[in-house]
Structures are given as structure tokens and as C-alpha cells.
Design a protein around this ligand. Sequence first.
Ligand code: NAP
Length: 286
Amino acid sequence: MTIKLTGKPVTKEIYSQIRVEIEENNLTPKLVIIIIGEDPASKYYIQNLEKKGSKVGIAVETKSYQVSITQNDILKEIENLNNDPTVHGIMIQKPLPSQLNESEIVMKISPDKDMDGFHPLNVGNLVLDRKGFLPSTPAAVLEMLKFYNIETSGKNIVIIGRSNIVGKPLANLLLRKSKTGNATVTVCHSKTQDLSKVCKKADILIAAIGRAFFVKPEMIKNNAIVIDVGVNRIGDPEKGYRYVGDVDYEACFDKVLSITPVPGGVGTVTTAMLLNNVLVAARKVI
Ligand code: NAP
């Protein structure tokens, strides 16, 4: 029988650990999110983060700016937040308006407050297996593998997607000599030849593409484990729209050993991992 790998029991454990640590150590962790413009999906995500944060004792403050903000003004704001001892974590909500230089903005955030784990110092630490902030989505995938006791050592893991925020960091984490590593990792992308054949070799298939229902049963080995990172908004005749993953969940369900749903899978745990980063940052200051 196929096992549904839901995020809820994973987050329950993470949030209860966060609460205990905050109380025991009398911490007041604070995350500041910078949002530029009026992207409704970003706003929805941040509201959710604020709610989750307040439930576990992490303050989440949002600083909203007009799309016309200049590079200098945003850099100044980051400088202020870097120097503010009451702020433990900084996050810049994407997408950014085109006039802004994203790379310079990411570099400006203190690596000690870089909750996304995008600063080159944290990226380097990840690759070199040193301590640092991990990007929340790859961290969420690892947390799910750990929670559900999914063995990665010696397994063929295929990741579809090579982005800097999901595919690449995840590949490096799964290669680590660690409990959730030691895998043989293949990373696919839009230029991969014979993608189905490559995917079919996977003991664990991870989809991070951004295309609804992209992964079909014929791309999956019998009894594989499927982790769906994708979140795609599609039309729905009743509700107007709904979110689905990169995997054709219904069609693949009977073929796999276990699979993460969308929504209710990796995305749920991603939020918890981000808040956990804020706790770690606050603890470091103490
Ligand atoms: P991205 O930056 O757009 O990267 C997508 C990757 O998929 C690229 O490497 C691209 O290849 C590859 N790709 C696209 N079409 C392909 C095809 N036909 N065959 C093979 N590979 C193909 O996306 P992302 O930011 O990594 O996000 C991926 C998905 O995860 C999205 O649905 C996003 O919403 C979701 N996401 C979820 C969470 C979460 O917490 N659950 C967090 C972040 C993102 P090229 O490099 O060759 O273009």
C-alpha cells in the first residue's frame, strides 16, 4: 500500500522543539521579511509565516516597499537590519523588481542573519559540509526523509531541477557523508537527454521543476519514493484556482512506495525549517 508522506507530523515535531527551546532559553527570535511590490502569492505566504511564527514564539515583521525603491535604499535598509541586535534573521521575498540587483542584495545580508541560506558564505559552507544556514526547501526535504526513516545511503536519487534554491543545494546535501546523505545523485534539467530513462533509474525521485503534472507514471520505477517539491497554481472550475505539484499525483500513486502530496507535503515543512533557522540565529547571539 502506498504511503502518503505528509508534512504535518513533521512540522508538529519541529514546532514543538522550537517552542521548548524558546521557553527554556528565554529567547525572543525575530525575523524581518522585506517585500517589494504587491505580489499576492508572496503576501499570502508571508501572512502564513507570521501566523506560524506567532504560534511558536517567533516574531515575524514585514517591511513593505514600493516597486520603485532604489538599490541604494534597499541596501541601506539591509545595513540597518544587519546592525539591529533585536533582529536575528532577514529574508528578502522574491520576485524582486527588475531594476534591483539581486546578487548585490543577497551579498549585503549578514551571513549570520541570512535565513534563506543564499549568501555565498552559506552556500560554500553547505558544499563544504560546514555549519551554516541551509536554504529551507532542501532542508525540508531532508527533514522529511529523516522523519519517515527513508534510507538514502547508496540509493540512486534523481533530482529534476538545478535551481540555486532547490536542485543544486539539495544535490549537495544528499551527497554528504551523513545520515540523510551518501546517495548517488543525478541532477536533471531542461537539456537532459532521455529524461524518462534517467528518472526510471531513481530509487528516490525528487521533482523541482515548476510544471504541473510533469512527472507521469511511465517515468517512475515501480515502488520508488517520490518527493514533489513543485507548487503550481492551476485553474479550478469550482474554486477558481488550486495548487498542484510537479508530479501527476493521482496517476502515479499506485505505482510508488511513498509520495508527498501537494499541498500538505514539502511546502508545509519548508516554513517550519525557515522558522527553525531564525531560532538557530537567535541562539547563536545568546
Ligand atoms: P526554477 O528556478 O524555475 O528551476 C526549475 C528547474 O526545472 C530548472 O533547473 C529547469 O531546467 C528545470 N526544468 C524546467 N523544465 C524542464 C523540463 N521540461 N525537463 C527537465 N527539467 C526542466 O524553479 P525552482 O525555484 O527550483 O522551483 C521549482 C518548483 O518548486 C516550483 O514549482 C516552485 O514553485 C517550487 N518550490 C517549492 C518550494 C516549497 O517549499 N515547496 C520552495 C521553492 C520552490 P533549466 O535549468 O535547464 O532551465
